[in-house]
Design a protein around this ligand. Structure first.
Ligand code: FAD
Ligand code: NAD
Length: 404
């Protein structure tokens, strides 16, 4: 009898939770499980702001996939997904093709640039290990260049961060600690450095508790960050950005522009022809693509409505991991063709934004937390994600234990 083929695309939070649960739930005789990922490692997307600023080495933010999956149960294929053909039930890879009976799409997100000119060409992103390493190296080399030119170019020391959402704020928190170190290392006067955050909405961290927003903004301002609130980036050029506040526009010269102003679902999902909103597919209650009972979509490629406010949940690792648990169960039910699909319900425990390694703001189980206590909680959240995938040994290897 031919065994059903399960193919999981992407070894991020959603894909790894699905795979590690599925390898236990389903026996060798029941199904053939294949996991596809671009790299042979998983990276903690939620730690990329640190690797990008250079406050944490990028190797700390990644681990080998073979160390957390059972390679006797799961075929791991290191390759890049190029396209999904849902009618023929095939996945095209850069170096081959896979057939599936059941597909799990957990390919994460792409930056959302809203069609703003010049961003793709000139702005840096906080997207994966390669982009993080590039941004860290770029900032450092600008500092290194500064004192090696006769005519000083202050734009080398100007860093613009587009967007004061969680990603922008967390990256600024790291820069706040990293820039004084760079100044010392490269004999640069701190007063020459500008770190500018441009946010289009009327507040930083829109939608977050106003007292916590104020705490975060005050902390970052004390570290030297300038905020341009209610100001939108309109264009990015080779030499900087053009911003607009109401009718007024301004050019800011900057050699480093970081786009942290939002994400959309992986473009492969759109190209596959699934009905989507900005690359995110509104899945049914069992996490399946509408009209495709054999395709499960989770993480940043999926869209689930929060019934309390009738709006989509924001794309987070928290949700991706919870979806992974439900998805594994539902794939097992589908393979066996018996039992009931389990509906997915999100259990949001809160959210904490770090402000460098020694400070943070957040709401946890409905309670506001700031400062060292919040920072401790953020590290525990980071460690918990490791625990969920790789148990205590992964926490020992990669966990954050420096308690301040
Ligand atoms: P990901 O974890 O991003 O994984 C996608 C995987 O797919 C990757 O391994 C990638 O290499 C692979 N892949 C992509 N394209 C291809 C392809 N074509 N072929 C093969 N493989 C491919 N959320 C929280 O809940 N808490 C936080 O504290 C938090 N902090 C964040 C900090 C930062 C700086 C950022 C950027 C995001 C943060 N988020 C946080 C959001 C969170 O990281 C995402 O929601 C989460 O990573 C989504 O999980 P995922 O499984 O959908 O995708
Ligand atoms: P986001 O969409 O949450 O925030 C983007 C920000 O950019 C918004 O405030 C928006 O107003 C602003 N913006 C958009 N266009 C702009 C423009 N042209 N000029 C200036 N500002 C502009 O995106 P994000 O911060 O990347 O977060 C993505 C997801 O990841 C969210 O769901 C977030 O909750 C999650 N995340 C969570 C954490 C955490 O829990 N610690 C950390 C990072 C990200």
């Amino acid at each position: 009898l031919r065994k059903p083929k399960v193919v999981v695309l992407g070894a991020g939070y959603g894909g790894l939770i699905t795979t590690t649960r599925l390898q236990k739930l389903v026996s060798l005789d029941e199904a053939e499980i294949t996991l596809v990922n671009k790299n042979d490692y998983h990276y903690e997307t939620t730690w990329l702001h640190e690797a990008s600023a250079g406050t944490l080495h990028h190797d700390r933010a990644r681990y080998l996939i073979k160390d957390v999956i059972n390679t006797n149960r799961v075929n791991f294929v290191q390759d890049t997904v190029v396209a999904i053909n849902k009618e023929e039930k095939k996945v095209q890879l850069e170096n081959g093709e896979l057939e599936y009976d059941y597909l799990v799409i957990s390919l994460g997100s792409n930056p959302e640039t809203f069609g703003i000119q010049g961003l793709k060409e000139y702005a840096f992103g906080i997207t994966n290990i390669n982009s993080a390493r590039l941004l860290r190296e770029h900032i450092e080399s600008e500092f290194a260049m500064y004192n090696n030119e006769e005519e000083k170019r202050d734009e080398r020391l100007t860093i613009v961060v587009g967007g004061a959402g969680f990603t922008g704020i967390e990256f600024l928190g790291e820069l706040g600690n990293r820039v004084p170190e760079l100044c010392k290392e490269y004999d640069v006067d701190f007063k020459k450095v500008r770190i500018i955050c441009v946010e289009a909405a009327p507040t930083a961290l829109p939608g977050f508790d106003p007292a916590l927003v104020e705490y975060a903004v005050n902390h970052l301002q004390a570290k030297g960050v300038e905020f341009m609130i209610g100001t939108a980036i309109k264009e990015c050029t080779k030499t900087g950005i053009i911003v607009a506040k109401g009718e007024e526009t301004e050019e800011i010269k900057a050699n480093t522009v970081v786009w942290a102003a939002g994400v959309r679902g992986n473009s492969i999902v759109e190209e596959a022809g699934f009905e989507n909103m900005r690359g995110r597919v509104k899945v049914d209650e069992f996490l399946r693509a509408p009209g495709h009972d054999d395709v499960f979509i989770i993480g940043d490629c999926s869209l689930v409505i929060n019934p309390e406010i009738d709006r989509p949940y924001p794309p987070t690792a928290q949700i991706a991991m919870q979806q992974g648990e439900t998805c594994a169960k539902n794939v097992a039910v589908a393979i066996r063709k018996q039992g009931q699909q389990a509906p997915f319900t999100a259990d949001i425990k809160g959210s904490v934004a770090s402000l460098g390694e020694d400070n943070a703001v957040g709401v946890v189980f409905g309670k506001k937390v700031v400062g060292k206590q919040a920072s401790f909680m953020k590290k525990m959240i980071d460690n918990r994600a490791l625990f969920m995938v790789g148990g205590p040994s992964l926490v020992m290897k990669k966990g954050k234990f420096k308690l301040i």
